[in-house]
Design a protein around this ligand. Structure first.
Ligand code: T5A
Length: 223
């Protein structure tokens, strides 16, 4: 298969982190700020972001155990959701020169399925390449680093005991997710910015904008 190197003009930003690390809040704030600065921004999420991918999201996150999902099936479902998302949403937006902010992407699969589920980092990386054909590689990834105890406490304060299927995993699982991310950040320090997510939301937004500044070389659509 022909590999195309960055066949688009847009800017691809991904936001990563454990449960309750503040990704959704940060993605919304960044979208508002960049929009106000004249960029055309698409805010999207994984799993999800396209009609099929949202159906797969429901299957993957549903805490009611009407069916079991094995570890490999879980990985492949996340990747199927991503393959459709990239084709239908991410790539067209990047080709139109837009800024795409995506709440989770390949690094989530590597940290959760590769590291915390122990499927193996390089095995998951290879399957991520297969699913995305390397068509869109993030220009910058913001990893919101937070102690999982604090993250789960935030989720609990927000939603009570209504945890989704992955949030129901033990603390050890979430600690392994964090370690997985930290290894990735070490390995890809040119792409992944580690952001201290224990600070106030305002401060975290500030750190994220500072990290993004060097990448904001696109010409704003409106001044
Ligand atoms: N997954 C996903 C995989 O296993 N493999 C994959 O390949 C992919 C793509 C997705 C799940 O799927 C897994 C990972 C996840 O388990 P999701 O619903 O998208 O599930 O869940 P999360 O992405 O984890 O989102 P959460 O809702 O759990 O948390 P967020 O988005 O990180 O946090 P947010 O912004 O909703 O904030 C949570 C609470 O904290 C507060 C907010 O106001 C909110 O109440 N908050 C702060 N409080 C204090 N200080 C701050 N700095 C705060 N920032 C936010």
């Amino acid at each position: 298969m022909q590999q195309i190197n960055k066949p688009y003009e847009g800017l691809f930003i991904t936001v990563e982190g454990g449960e309750g690390s503040g990704k959704t809040s940060i993605c919304e704030q960044l979208s508002l700020t960049l929009n106000a600065r004249g960029y055309e921004v698409i805010l999207t999420r994984e799993p999800g972001g396209s009609p099929l991918s949202e159906v797969l999201r429901d299957i993957l996150l549903n805490p009611e155990k009407q069916y079991s999902i094995g570890e490999r099936a879980e990985l492949l479902l996340f990747l199927a959701a991503r393959a459709q998302h990239i084709e239908e949403q991410i790539l067209p937006a990047l080709r139109h020169g837009k800024v795409v902010i995506c709440d989770r992407y390949n690094d989530s699969s590597i940290a959760y399925q590769g590291c915390a589920r122990h499927l193996g980092k390089s095995y998951v990386e290879q399957l991520c390449h297969l699913a995305t054909e390397d068509l869109a590689e993030p220009n910058c990834t913001l990893f919101l680093d937070l102690d999982p105890t604090i993250g789960m406490e935030r989720v609990k304060n927000l939603r009570g005991d209504q945890f989704d299927r992955l949030e129901q995993e033990k603390l050890q699982f979430h600690q392994e997710v964090r370690q997985g991310y930290l290894h990735l950040a070490d390995e890809h320090h040119d792409r992944i910015e580690v952001i201290d997510a224990s600070l106030s939301l305002e401060e975290v937004v500030g750190s994220c904008l500072k990290a993004l500044e060097p990448h904001l070389t696109l010409k704003p659509v409106h001044e």
